[in-house]
Structures are given as C-alpha cells and as structure tokens.
Design a binder for this molecule. Structure first.
Ligand code: NDP
Length: 310
C-alpha cells in the first residue's frame, strides 16, 4: 500500500528535493505519494522545515513521524502540538560541508592567512606559524558534526579536545564531558569551535566567565547557533584582547542586522549561516530510509530526545 508523504517546506525547497526524494523512496522500495499539499488526516510522514505552513500538528492524526530537513530542531522541538516522533537530519553531505567550512576557518586562523591576504603592502612579514600539533583546538559538541570536524582536524595534526554532555570516545581526540570537563576543554584552547545545539542548557555557554577560562588571544569559531554566545560578553572580550578573533556564522537574529557591532568589529568575521546545508541527494536517502524503517516497524534513525531538546 502506498504511503502519503507531505513535503512541508518552502516551495523553492520542493524544486530541489522533489526528484531526489522520489528517486530515494523508489530505491528504498517505498511506494509513496509525495506532495506539497494533502489532507492532514491522510499524511503518514511529514518531511519538515520549521518555516513551512504546518505549525499545528494536531490534525495529523495518522502521521508516524516528522522528519526534519535540518540538523537543528530548536524551532520545532517545543511545539506543544507535536506528539509524533521527531527525527533530525544527519546527512553525509551536510557533514562534509561542515567539515570543509570548519577546517577552512581553523586553518585560516592557524596560519594567520589574513595578515597576508589583507596586507599586500610591501612589508615582508616573515612570521612562521607553529605546526598544527602545537595548536590546541577544542570542539564543543561531539555529535554528528562535532565528531566529524574533530576527527578531520586531528587528521591534520591538530591537538584536538572535544566536549559533550555524555562521555565519548573518538579516535585521535581527547574527549571530556560535564561541567568540569568544560573548564578543562577551554583552559588550553587556542581555537574553540562551537557545534552544540541550541537548547536552554547551552544558551550563553560562552559568557564572561567561560571566555575568561580560555588562554588570552584565543579564537572562537561558531557554526553552531547564535544563542550559544553572550554577544555582549564576546564583544567585551574582543575589545580587551582576551579573545583575538571570532568567526561567526550564526546569530540570534538572522540576517544579522546591518547595525550590529559584529559587522564593524575589526576582529570579527561574519558569514551568513552558510557553514553547511542539508544536501538534497544525500538527505533524501536518509529520509527514505527512515520512511522504510517506519513501514517495516524498525526504529527510526536520528530521533530527537524531546526532554534534552536535541
Ligand atoms: P548532535 O545532536 O549530533 O550533537 C550535539 C552535541 O552537542 C552532542 O555531542 C551533545 O552531547 C552535545 N551537547 C548538547 N547539549 C549539551 C550540553 N548541555 N552540554 C554538553 N554537550 C552538549 O548535533 P549535530 O552535530 O548534528 O549538530 C550540531 C548543531 O550544529 C546543530 O544543532 C545546529 O545548531 C548546528 N548546525 C549549523 C549549521 C550551519 O550551517 N551553521 C548546519 C547544521 C547544523 P551528547 O553527545 O552527550 O548528547
């Protein structure tokens, strides 16, 4: 019997996802009717992006799962009408993109390439950077993205520490957890990369107190979420030199308002939430596999823990 899959996202997403989803569902052996519109009480699965027209899940009485297109679920996880299982996106393409962005910006800070790229002024600045093994890097968050980035940086030779809520083992990475682990993870870090989800527990995790735990002159790279950083505290730390530079991809308000001090700060690089993106071809396979699982009575992949919020 055919399953009904509602694609609840912006119409331009439909253009990108329709063919990959149809192909992936067919490859997974799922006979599906896929559409952008169908009566709520006929929907078996919702492929979901939070800015879609579906904000109230009450009438989706036979829906077996809501399959989020994005890794972050902060815009839907607290929806009181959502009683169906919620899966987040873990996508090979998204992960690869994040590894590339994080590696690129880490190497940029490590090698101090800005000094040369921005100063073609006839001055022979012959400062040799240390080797990666002498540059301690800390990744906050050791989930799908954090682990992949930590491992890629470790393969480049960086001395990598990772931090997560629960204890982890990751090849080549010193893994810490819990509140005391956070202090130790920050205490030596020359570069700190934030790949935590946005939850009440992670809000302002970088604040005046935790920024002061880092060595003077540390660098912050935030492709996680804007809520992870106390912006006023970071600006103060940048002004005092406690933090040398910050590369920020995500913000509390996006697009970042034109008059936000981050735009004008000489030691801040703003990128417009481009660190990585779900990639239709590989993400469609993840969604199709979850629908296949749902139909086969197997557990869904990448289920969100509603209590933890991620
Ligand atoms: P995961 O859910 O796989 O991993 C989250 C990690 O954060 C886990 O290691 C988890 O610990 C840890 N964590 C969560 N809460 C806490 C806490 N209170 N204290 C310590 N550790 C905590 O997420 P992903 O790796 O897939 O994605 C991470 C985030 O990246 C997303 O939530 C999203 O915000 C962001 N993102 C940004 C993009 C961009 O373009 N800028 C693109 C895609 C995602 P534990 O392992 O113990 O559960």
């Amino acid at each position: 019997m055919s399953v009904n899959v509602l694609f609840a996202a912006r119409p331009d997403r439909w253009d990108a996802y329709e063919t990959p989803l149809r192909n992936a569902l067919s490859d997974a052996g799922v006979d599906a009717r896929l559409a952008m519109d169908m009566p709520a009480d006929q929907v078996d699965y919702i492929v979901y992006a939070p800015n879609s027209e579906v904000q109230d899940f009450t009438d989706y009485t036979r829906t077996k799962a809501v399959l989020n297109l994005w890794a972050g679920v902060e815009d839907v996880v607290d929806n009181p009408t959502l009683t169906q299982p919620l899966a987040r996106m873990v996508d090979e393409g998204l992960t690869r993109g994040m590894v590339e962005w994080v590696t690129g910006h880490t190497l940029r800070h490590h090698l101090n390439t800005d000094v040369h790229v921005l100063n073609q002024d006839g001055v022979w600045r012959k400062d040799i950077p240390p080797l990666a093994c002498d540059r301690p890097v800390t990744v906050l968050g050791l989930g799908a993205l954090g682990q992949a980035c930590a491992q890629a940086l470790a393969h480049l030779g960086f001395s990598v520490t990772g931090w997560s809520r629960s204890p982890k083992t990751v090849d080549g990475v010193t893994c810490l957890s819990g509140d005391t682990g956070l202090h130790d993870a920050l205490a030596d870090a020359a570069i700190v990369i934030l790949l935590l989800p946005s939850t009440p527990d992670t809000a302002n995790i970088l604040n005046a107190e935790t920024l002061a735990m880092m060595p003077q002159g540390a660098v912050i790279i935030n492709p996680g979420r804007g809520s992870l950083i106390d912006d006023a505290a970071l600006l103060a730390a940048l002004d005092s030199g406690q933090i040398a530079q910050a590369t920020l991809d995500v913000f509390r308000t996006e697009p970042l308002p034109k008059d936000h001090p981050y735009w004008a700060h000489p030691n801040v690089t703003v990128t417009p939430h481009i660190a990585s993106e779900t990639r239709p071809a590989s993400a469609a396979r993840v969604i199709a596999e979850n629908i296949r699982r749902g139909e086969a009575g197997e557990p869904f992949l990448h289920l969100v823990d509603r209590d933890k919020g991620y």
